[in-house]
Design a protein around this ligand. Structure first.
Ligand SMILES: [Zn+2]
Length: 385
């Protein structure tokens, strides 16, 4: 037991430091930006009410943000009844651009230039062509350069969703498909592009994308990405759950062995058999249903959805989650797969758990990892989440 603990990579410790005036300023600035980000245009009085800051503090912060070009006045409120009409300010969405990269696809790296509202300004992608290790990194850098050439504003930062286990220093500790081991991806990109860089696990990043840019009720959600692997991003109480070894949400290699004939299930990339990934992973699943008549195809998809429901039910129940989003190929997930997954979770949990539960697919929304990349940068650079 002791040796096991010693072998584990050290986890960060949160140390509490005394708040300094400049910390307060940064914090207050992020309170103002956070309010504007989520509410759109507001008056300074609204901002004071919303942030709990005093009017004079808000005015000073707004003046600073205006000078930086991040917020601008957009005229006066139309619906004023008495007194001097309030001037509204809002975030200038095009004050900066962000470069965002989604490295989660099996065959290509996808990227975009987005503005502060997460709106895609331009896109680019690059075939992976089987590249691994350093060759794969070279391709990521080439895609980043292509996107940098497409930006027309100052670059706030680069946000990356990478497959594998990624620590809080942006080191890909283990990315099997790209053969990345202890790769300091964040450092490599920072040295090349000379702008702030954030890197996190692709499923976690997708969850952040949903949390920040897609309207979901509540502060907790689970995003399950079903691509060449199966990833789970968990947000509890508004915060991403990373886990002690940065592998929270790892469910792809939980053994399910759903084979009806009692055999051990298909061989998985991890070297074991019958993992959830071999049952619901997009590659395996599309191979299994290829060419099947409609009825058999639906039955196969339902069976895979059921396997996902069996693995996720205890987690959904234990955390009392209301919101589960399945992200992956719509042709596989929409319909029988998602229906069976939801029915299985409901059948295997107390009605109090299932009643509030919404399980939906992202409906072909393929930008979740890109948006999450923007969320990483916004959070790090402007304190907006
Ligand atoms: Zn496995």
């Amino acid at each position: 037991m002791t040796s096991e603990i010693v072998e584990q990579a050290p986890r960060r410790r949160r140390v509490s430091v005394k708040a300094l005036p400049q910390h307060n300023r940064v914090h207050n600035r992020s309170l103002v930006l956070q309010a504007l980000f989520h509410n759109g245009a507001m008056s300074r009085a609204d901002l004071a009410r919303h942030s709990g800051l005093t009017r004079p503090t808000v005015s000073v912060l707004v003046a600073e943000l205006e000078a930086d070009g991040i917020v601008s006045e957009i005229g006066q409120r139309a619906d004023v009844r008495v007194g001097k009409p309030a001037t509204l300010v809002e975030i200038n969405a095009d004050a900066f651009h962000m470069i965002v990269l989604d490295l989660s696809s099996a065959d290509r790296f996808v990227g975009a230039v987005v503005n502060l509202r997460g709106e895609v300004v331009d896109r680019a992608e690059l075939e992976i062509d089987g590249a691994v290790g350093d060759d794969a990194i070279a391709r990521v850098i080439r895609l980043g350069e292509r996107l940098a050439a497409l930006t027309t504003r100052r670059i706030l930062g680069i946000g990356v969703g990478s497959p594998g286990i990624v620590d809080d220093q942006g080191v890909v500790r283990e990315g099997l498909h790209l053969e990345w081991f202890d790769l300091p991806l964040k450092q490599r990109l920072k040295e090349h592009f000379r702008v702030p860089v954030r890197v996190a696990n692709d499923a976690n990043v997708a969850a952040l994308g949903v949390h920040t840019f897609r309207d979901v009720p509540g502060l907790s959600l689970m995003v399950i990405t079903i691509e060449h692997g199966v990833g789970v991003g968990l947000i509890i109480g508004g915060s991403l759950v990373e886990g002690e070894q940065f592998s929270a949400g790892e469910m792809g290699h939980v053994t399910v062995d759903s084979s009806a004939d009692g055999s051990e299930g298909a061989l998985c990339t991890c070297g074991r058999r019958g993992c959830l990934e071999t049952v619901v992973g997009a590659r395996y699943l599309s191979d299994r249903v290829a060419g099947l008549p409609a009825q058999e195809r639906d039955a196969a998809l339902r069976s895979a959805g059921r396997a996902l429901g069996i693995v996720t039910a205890p987690v959904i129940s234990a955390l009392n989650l209301n919101e589960v989003v399945l992200s992956g190929p719509a042709a596989l997930l929409d319909g029988p797969f998602a229906e069976a997954a939801l029915a299985t979770v409901k059948a295997r949990t107390l009605s109090a758990v299932g009643r509030g539960l919404t399980l939906r697919t992202s409906g072909g929304d393929t930008d979740l990892v890109l948006l999450g990349g923007a969320s990483l940068v916004l959070q790090a650079e402007l304190g907006v989440s």
